[in-house]
Design a protein around this ligand. Structure first.
Ligand SMILES: [Zn+2]
Length: 287
């Protein structure tokens, strides 16, 4: 093989291992949210999910939890639906102020998308269902409930939720957003879970029934209306972004054990809340 052919092969291989703009938890984060949610579904919700999933998914919502990231090129309109940009350094979120895309079109943010796909799914079993693709609505909802719990998905506008902040994760160069999508989860899996996402999911499920058991009810309910309540989730995320994700980080920061060990509990909590709330939303919608 000629050198230049090898270079092309290496370049193509890199395209697969280094996705440049990942939005949302990485594959393992989304898988975790959906795997926590599915066993918590009521019989009615479990049946609806089974009915709406394509046969190829074999009734496993987790297998398609990252579908919304894979269709961004096919559905370019969906890209702004994965996050919310809030004003720099304010550390607050307001739907009326912040839920818009870069052109200022209202409702085009992850909270608006959760509302939209929830209302589409409420037509399940009714005449109005025929105007929607409810399979896609389910896959979008499952993904976006995960995304809105990633603190930097409700980040600052000028740094695109940490996407323009270069950092080192131990010795590797990356951006802050990616640290929260993937690196913290990967490092935790390597250190504590034999690099096995199923062990991470098991550990979180145990915490949901033990350490967090008395909090789960409040996670599942909304102070007003029925779940999902994306405005609550988004407000929590921007607070966590300020208190934990951005805190002490500047351009070219080297993030190591100090950062990893103090932020991992936040990542675990947000993954667990995402899963519990996705189940609560689906139970409410299909109940
Ligand atoms: Zn996403």
């Amino acid at each position: 093989m000629k050198l230049f052919e090898i270079q092309i092969l290496v370049f193509v291989a890199l395209l697969f291992v280094c996705p440049l703009f990942v939005h949302g938890w990485g594959v393992d984060g989304h898988l975790t949210v959906c795997r926590i949610a599915q066993p918590r579904l009521s019989e009615a919700a479990a049946n609806a999910v089974k009915d709406l999933l394509p046969a190829s998914a074999d009734d496993d919502l987790g297998s398609l939890c990252s579908w919304a990231d894979r269709v961004k090129f096919h559905y370019p309109w969906s890209s702004p639906l994965h996050y919310i940009d809030t004003p720099d350094n304010l550390c607050t979120y307001l739907y009326s102020r912040d839920c818009k895309d870069e052109n200022g079109t209202k409702d085009r943010c992850v909270a608006g998308a959760i509302n939209n796909y929830t209302s589409q799914l409420l037509s399940y079993g009714k005449d109005a269902a025929s105007q929607y693709n409810l399979t896609e609505a389910l896959l979008f909802l499952a993904h976006f409930v995960g995304d809105i719990h990633q603190p930097l998905h409700v980040g600052f506008t000028s740094d695109k939720g940490g996407n323009t902040i270069d950092v080192h994760w131990y010795t590797r160069k990356t951006v802050l957003h990616h640290v929260w999508d993937d690196n913290i989860i990967e490092t935790a899996e390597q250190r504590y879970d034999n690099s096995d996402v199923d062990e991470l999911i098991d550990a979180l499920q145990k915490n949901i029934t033990a350490e967090w058991a008395d909090k789960v009810k409040t996670w599942e309910t909304c102070s007003s209306g029925k779940p999902p309540c994306p405005n609550v989730y988004a407000s929590e995320s921007i607070k966590a972004a300020c208190n934990w994700a951005y805190k002490g980080v500047s351009e070219n920061s080297v993030l190591e054990d100090d950062y990893f060990l103090t932020r991992l509990p936040i990542v675990n909590l947000r993954l667990a809340q995402g899963g519990v709330r996705l189940a609560a939303a689906l139970n409410s919608i299909f109940g």
